[in-house]
Ligand binder design. Sequence first.
Ligand code: SF4
Length: 307
Amino acid sequence: MPRRVGLLRMGRLGDLVMTLPAVAWLQGRPDLHCTLITDARWQPLLPEWRTAAVDPGPGPQDAWLDLHRVPASRAALRRLRGASGAPVERVQKEDLRRRSLLFGSAWAPRWTWPERHLLAAERLMRRLGLDPGERPAPLPRLDASTPPQPGLLGLVPGAAHATKRWPLARWVALAQRWRDEGGAVRAFTAPDEAHLLEPLRAVGVEPWPTPLGRLREGLAACAVVVAGDTGPLHVAGALGRPVVALFGPTPPEAGFWIWGANGTALRPALSCAPCSLHGGDRCPRRHHRCLEDLAVETVLSAARALR
Ligand code: SF4
């Protein structure tokens, strides 16, 4: 009888993508019956996975794996687990090492995010008396049902935090240049980012519908995707599409830049960068040069090289 395990990961889309190698490993084992418990809003993106919403959750489990490890996930686990006494394993987040990146430390994190999750999955299996076997590759994979269209550039102009956004005028100029060279451009925005679309539409960019169920299909069709440090960047990478990542205030070394073999990370050479692990509402120096200084030509060249 397979052991039932609840895997908990709420939070943002990019964080969820980073859990996929561990979730695929655990869900693929015949001796386990694992359910990924995540925010209801992400479930349409992962129709082939066994998922459950945090509320009401999947019911009693034999063990739990907290791949989020924040106060909210601890509170959710207390409720989901009740008085069952089922064991809990938690991801090791290397908080001190990641934070030290903001202070120029050479005390770098040892693992990427997918590796941290795989290690937690391994500990959980050992705790259940199971042989984990060989650890799989720490690269998220999502099936792409749509083949890439040659010359189609995907743009993700938004980001949850203002300091992670490249100025809109640069996105527009990039789209214009790409179209001048004969390519097509598609833009992906969140439901609350409709204002970003108007200037892009004016230069012939195709806005892609926002429902998450269609995000995979839209990104999979792109020959290359340009995005800030955002969730769609990682969805595109997991679909196997080449990505150009625009890092500003956040450090690629914190564990999210895992697409080195199939992408380019553009990052600022500024003494103030990185200044944040997640981005913020405003630049602490008030100039936001980490992304203001990033030229259209630089991004265009990187995208051209990957298409
Ligand atoms: S310019 Fe420097 S201080 Fe300002 S957001 Fe960017 S990295 Fe942070």
